[in-house]
Design a protein around this ligand. Structure first.
Ligand code: FPP
Length: 260
C-alpha cells in the first residue's frame, strides 16, 4: 500500500473525541481477546474492496496494541486468520497474507523496542515460506521480552487446539510420563498454545455478530464478553477505554453466588 493510500485510510477511520478515564489497574482485565470482525462490511459501506477493509483493520490493530501496552494489559490475543478463513476467495487470502507479513516486517522493530512478546497461536506449516519466516523471526526475536504478551492466532481453530492437547496428553500417558489421575485443568492448559498465560478475562468481538467462531474455546470459559456493534476498522483507543469501563462494572462470579 502506498503512503497516499494509507493517509486516505487513516482519514476514513473515525477519530476519538473527549476521552474517558481508564479504570484503575486492579479493575482492568489481565487478558483481552479480540475478534476483529467487520473489515469486509466496513469496506463495502465505502464501496472499497475488502482488502482495503483489512488494511484499515491493520491500522486499528496498531492503535489497539499501543493502547493495551500503555494500559498495562498483560496479554492481548487477536484472531487474525482462522482455519476456516482458507475457504475465502484466493485473492482475499493472498491479500491478507501479504498484509500480515508486511505488518510483521514493518512493526517488529518498534514492538521489540517496547518489550512486546509475540507468539503465534496456530499451525504455521500451511503458510508460504516468506510468511512463515517473517512470523518465526518475530517470535524468536521477541521471545524473552517482558512487556505486553501479544498472541496472534493464525491458521488457528479452538477445537483443533483442544484435539492437539488431547493427543499430546494421551501420548504422555502412553509413554508413562503422565498419569491419568494427574490430568486436571492446569495440565490441559499447559498443552494449549497460550500455556503460561492467564485465562481470557474479556473477549471483545466487533461488528455486532454474536458468536465465538472457534476462538480460544478453552481459555474463555469464564470470560466476560462484549459484542461491540462497530466494525473493527472503526475500533480505536476510545472505544477500548469504553469497553474497559464496561468490563470494570461487571460482576464476575465464576459460577458462585455473590457473598455481599
Ligand atoms: C474479519 O473481518 C477479519 C479477518 C478475517 C481478518 C483480521 C485481520 C486483520 C485485522 C488484518 C491484519 C492482521 C494482522 C495480524 C496484521 P471480515 O473480513 O470477516 O469482515 P466481514 O464479516 O465484514 O466480511
Amino acid at each position: 500500500m502506498t503512503n497516499d493510500a494509507l493517509k486516505i485510510l487513516r482519514f476514513f477511520r473515525k477519530k476519538g473525541k473527549g476521552e474517558m478515564e481508564v479504570p484503575p489497574l486492579e479493575k482492568r482485565p489481565r487478558h483481552i481477546a479480540f475478534i476483529m470482525d467487520g473489515n469486509g462490511r466496513w469496506a463495502q459501506k465505502r464501496s472499497l474492496p475488502r482488502s482495503a477493509g483489512h488494511a484499515a483493520g491493520t491500522e486499528a490493530l496498531r492503535e489497539i496494541i499501543r493502547a493495551c501496552d500503555e494500559f498495562k494489559i498483560e496479554v492481548m490475543s487477536i484472531y487474525a486468520f482462522s482455519t476456516e478463513n482458507w475457504n475465502r476467495p484466493q485473492e482475499e487470502v493472498n491479500a491478507l497474507m501479504k498484509l500480515i507479513t508486511k505488518y510483521f516486517l514493518s512493526e517488529i522493530d518498534e514492538l521489540h523496542e517496547k518489550g512486546v512478546r509475540i507468539k503465534i497461536l496456530g499451525e504455521l506449516d500451511r503458510f508460504p515460506g516468506e510468511q512463515k519466516l517473517a512470523l518465526q523471526n518475530a517470535m524468536e526475536r521477541t521471545k524473552n521480552n517482558q512487556g505486553l504478551k501479544l498472541n496472534i492466532a493464525l491458521n488457528y481453530g479452538g477445537r483443533a487446539e483442544i484435539v492437539r492437547a488431547v493427543k499430546s496428553i494421551s501420548q504422555k500417558c502412553i509413554n508413562g510420563e503422565m498419569k491419568i489421575e494427574n490430568i486436571d485443568y492446569d495440565a490441559v492448559s499447559r498443552e494449549m498454545y497460550t500455556m503460561g498465560d492467564p485465562d481470557v478475562d474479556l473477549l471483545i468481538r466487533t461488528s455486532g455478530d454474536m458468536r465465538l467462531s472457534n476462538f480460544l474455546l478453552w481459555q474463555t470459559w469464564y470470560a466476560e464478553i462484549i459484542f461491540n456493534p462497530i466494525y473493527w476498522p472503526d475500533y480505536n483507543r476510545q472505544t477500548l477505554i469504553k469497553d474497559l469501563n464496561e468490563y470494570a462494572m461487571r460482576d464476575r462470579r465464576f459460577g458462585r453466588v455473590k457473598t455481599k
